[in-house]
Design a protein around this ligand. Structure first.
Ligand code: ADP
Ligand code: MG
Length: 339
């Protein structure tokens, strides 16, 4: 007797969702990245209970046309690429078409959306992968997602969530990184009705740094800029007087994505060696722009490690740029010379 069978779509989605959706912050990441991809200039994130019971994300982006709404929740459905060749030049943060189907598989999802061309918007509800309703509704241009009861249908998974406070702090970190990577977008974050973060969206990275880290950090920055052979590095370094005991102050963005890179950390820290005490780490917000061909964005969706060619070249550029900036005359203690 044959024993092998193909799983039903809802089971497939639940299993796949486990890969993409680990915790409330995973949902916020996917939905806010969708908002940015949709050209939003304002994104508001509201959570209750660390995002476990409630997440609302409102954007003023393109909206989803009514005829696209159901398709958007199918697995591997995307408006961002058509084939594998598009991946090299993909400018959007998403392209897998997995987020909405995954979120809908493991939570209760309500969507209100309207494009500029439509007179009326669409309201859609899908719980645990099962469509509840789709109806016409009055709505502003843009998209609002409400996500309730994460893992309500996967009790084993729900048990692994941490306290609401811990889950909320993951979301806060994520939104800090998204704000720093997109100064042109105005972000607002409310946790249990309390405003935790607000950026103006005026495009000025230094203002975002001020909003997040405060006056002391914003007042002790060195601006850097490097531009040569397919590699551009812009952003800010902290003067050696503002250091930390850990790497949480190091923020790297490659082509608009927040990433971790041991190599870039090492290059920057090596450059700081002569300027800071041992076991102190620099404040860094560095934006890298490079050719898609030199970078592999097709790593696992939740992994932040980066894979790119020309490691040594990038190391050298970071080291040189940072080191040169730190040698600025105003940072070197001036010794009074006798006449
Ligand atoms: P991906 O982002 O990889 O394309 P998703 O599952 O995240 O896949 O989203 C599926 C599609 O739904 C997107 O390609 C996009 O067309 C549409 N979409 C999702 N969120 C939004 C949004 N906030 N505004 C406009 N369109 C959206
Ligand atoms: Mg997406």
């Amino acid at each position: 007797m044959a024993n092998i069978h193909v799983l039903d779509p809802i089971t497939i989605d639940k299993i796949a969702a486990g890969e993409v959706i680990e915790r409330p912050a995973s949902i916020v990441k996917e939905l806010v990245e969708n908002s940015i991809d949709a050209g939003a200039t304002g994104v508001t994130v509201e959570i209750q209970d660390g995002g476990i019971s409630f997440i609302r994300i409102t954007d003023n982006g393109s909206g989803i046309a009514r005829d696209d709404v159901q398709n958007a929740f199918l697995r591997h459905s995307t408006s961002k690429i058509r084939g594998i060749d598009d991946l090299v030049h993909v400018a959007s943060l998403g392209f897998r078409g997995e987020a909405l189907s995954s979120i809908a598989a493991v939570a209760q999802v309500e969507l209100i959306t309207k494009t500029a061309e439509e007179t009326f918007g669409t309201k859609y509800q899908i719980n645990g992968g099962k469509e509840q309703f789709l109806e016409e509704t009055g709505a502003p241009n843009g998209t609002t997602f409400m996500i309730r009861q994460l893992f309500y249908n996967m009790p084993a998974r729900r048990k692994f969530l941490k306290t609401p406070m811990t889950e909320a702090s993951h979301i806060n970190d994520l939104l800090m990184h998204l704000s720093l990577s997109h100064p042109e977008v105005s972000f607002r974050f409310l946790n249990n009705g309390q405003e935790k973060l607000r950026t103006s969206g005026n495009g000025n990275l230094k203002d975002v740094i001020y909003n997040i880290y405060g006056r002391e950090v914003a007042g002790n920055l060195i601006q850097i800029s490097y531009d040569r052979d397919n590699l551009r590095i812009t952003g800010f370094l902290g003067k050696p007087i503002i250091t930390r005991g850990n790497r949480n102050f190091e923020n790297f963005f490659f082509n608009g994505r927040y990433v971790k890179s041991a190599m870039v950390s090492k290059a920057a820290e090596d450059a700081y060696k002569d300027f800071v005490m041992q076991h102190k780490f620099p404040f860094l917000v560095l934006h890298f722009t490079m050719d898609g061909e030199d970078l592999d964005v097709n790593v696992h969706p939740t992994k932040m490690e980066l894979r790119f060619h020309k490691q040594q070249e990038v190391y050298n550029c970071v080291y040189e740029t940072v080191h040169r900036a730190l040698l600025e005359p105003e940072l070197i203690p001036q010794v009074e010379l006798p006449d």
